[in-house]
Design a protein around this ligand. Sequence first.
Ligand SMILES: Cc1ncc(C[n+]2csc(CCOP(=O)(O)OP(=O)(O)O)c2C)c(N)n1
Ligand code: SF4
Ligand SMILES: [Mg+2]
Length: 245
Amino acid sequence: MSDLFPYQTYLKLSRFPTPWCPGCGNGQVLKTVCQAFLELNLPKGQTTVVSGIGCSGRSAGFFDLDTVHTAHGRALPVAEGIKLANEKLNVIVLSGDGDLLGIGGNHLLHAARRNTALKVICLNNEIYGMTGGQKAPTTRLGVKTITSPEGNQERPVDAQALVKGHGGFYARSTTYHHGHLKKALLAALQHTGFAFVEVKTQCITNNGRRLGFKDAYEMLMYFKNTFKVNDGAPRLAENDIGVTT
Ligand SMILES: Cc1ncc(C[n+]2csc(CCOP(=O)(O)OP(=O)(O)O)c2C)c(N)n1
Ligand code: SF4
Ligand SMILES: [Mg+2]
């Protein structure tokens, strides 16, 4: 660990480099999560990270903590089991939009309903990144992907409605808004019950380029220009970010 970067105490640097494409947002989220852990001084022996399958799901293996890389969509039931076995543990789930809102969507509904004290961080790149850019349940209407060449005809899943409709904590941020993202993560980590943070993040390789973005920087500028901070609102509009009440 470097003295210059104390958050790295939560990282298994021997595992680096990551397999992620240059410009992918996954590394930004990994770093911000570690910074939030450090700010709260989460004890390493009492903190565990669970993830599913996907590019984002690879995150778990880079923490210097006890971690589990589960089957696709199954991060939440595994995390719930861990929490049931030892309620003192801080159990954090870090996974993709396809994993948490598609194949694992049913688990999300029930974890929120039960108010299990999990902290769920959803890396939402609005695509199945790992498998090559198929339409995800989060892909916006009209967006072209390899499985929706004429534009997506299906409404995206409303994670906010699903989580808040069952009494959970919900916040949304982006990889551009680093300070805001950290604030949202800190609020979630300190929440006593079920908490969900949706992070809009960029997949330049299997989504952004197809949409006409030249590079990841352009995607970050898109986040900057599109999303407006609306902290404290009871409900966020489509292009708001914020910690909701
Ligand atoms: C049961 C099962 N079905 C399908 C797959 C193939 N698969 C691997 S990753 C993935 C999608 C991942 O998308 P997401 O969760 O959004 O993660 P990303 O790669 O975008 O970070 C799929 C469908 C699988 N591994 N297991
Ligand atoms: S394919 Fe997309 S989500 Fe996967 S590592 Fe590359 S940029 Fe990131
Ligand atoms: Mg995805």
